[in-house]
Design a protein around this ligand. Structure first.
Ligand SMILES: CC(C)(COP(=O)(O)OP(=O)(O)OC[C@H]1O[C@@H](n2cnc3c(N)ncnc32)[C@H](O)[C@@H]1OP(=O)(O)O)[C@@H](O)C(=O)NCCC(=O)NCCS
Length: 256
């Protein structure tokens, strides 16, 4: 392999965590500086390397051609949208009485169910080729590590005894370098569209401001209309949109 080929290969990055947890080789490709032919070269290489899943990321408005999708068993699985807002004087002082911290260090079964519900629009659930048990496990790990404070600083819940496990909704938060990040959020199905999402967002803004954040970000999918409405109504504006494709080269025609 010559120097130019090596450089080309470096575009395809092996994803260690995903490869270990999913049990098959996963790689990602940032396609912003690559034309369609270069993306095709990388997918051919992935096929030869027997990489099972390749995640290709294109900033909007770039979309990949249908023939590439057909040849390498690809699909647009996520139009990932990042929302952002500043935190300042307009953040309410008080926090709603039914909202408080989830203090246990293990999630309840009902909290795990809500965590899974927060991922229904995620590319790991939308992609029909992605094994469902792995999607469920990913969100179980996510909420477990959040309540243990490994990947979140706090988990807030809205208590309501009429909801499963007494939880009407939850949200996970982390603050770093003045930026607050919302990880997971969901409201119990029977309690939706009653303002609980708005109240959880307001409580989160207060918590993040009190813990040093001056701005906040949250990621969702353009197809998740309720979540997009919630964030817009909570004072956020879109800061970026990226198209995430999943390619399964071994399931397509590969480099034929
Ligand atoms: C997204 C979610 C948390 C919203 O919670 P909620 O308690 O139903 O939201 P609210 O009642 O506070 O509504 C907030 C705003 O969004 C709007 N909204 C809520 N659901 C909506 C829907 N299905 N369609 C359109 N707008 C909707 C509301 O009208 C409201 O706007 P308004 O204040 O102008 O009336 C909830 O739908 C949910 O749990 N979804 C599944 C999990 C999920 O997708 N989580 C997001 C992961 S990024």
């Amino acid at each position: 392999m010559n120097g130019a080929q090596l450089q080309e290969r470096a575009r395809l990055i092996a994803l260690a965590w995903e490869t270990e947890h999913f049990g098959f080789p996963v790689a990602r490709l940032a396609a912003q500086d690559l034309d369609d032919d270069a993306v095709q070269n990388e997918l051919e290489h992935a096929y030869r390397q027997k990489t099972r899943l390749v995640v290709v990321i294109c900033p909007q408005p770039r979309f990949l051609p249908q023939e590439l999708l057909a040849r390498f068993a690809g699909s647009l699985t996520d139009q990932k949208v990042t929302f952002a807002r500043a935190l300042g004087a307009d953040v309410a002082a008080g926090v709603d009485g039914t909202i408080g911290e989830f203090t246990a260090t293990e999630p309840t079964a009902e909290l795990i169910d809500l965590a899974v519900a927060s991922g229904v629009y995620s590319r790991f659930n939308v992609d029909v080729r992605f094994p469902r048990p792995l999607f469920l496990e990913m969100y179980r790990i996510w909420i477990t590590r959040s309540v243990r404070r490994e990947i979140a600083d706090v988990v807030l819940i809205d208590r309501d005894e009429s909801c499963p496990g007494g939880i009407a909704g939850f949200i996970t938060l982390a603050v770093s370098a003045g930026v607050g990040k919302i990880g997971l959020i969901a409201v119990a199905e029977q309690a939706r569209e009653r303002g609980i999402g708005r109240r959880l967002m307001a409580a989160s803004h207060r918590w993040m401001l009190d813990h040093g954040a001056r701005e906040t970000r949250v990621v969702t999918q353009l197809t998740n209309k309720p979540a997009c409405a919630l964030y817009e109504r909570s004072g956020y504006a879109i800061s970026a949109v990226e198209n995430f494709y999943h390619f399964w080269p071994l399931a397509g025609a590969g480099d034929a």
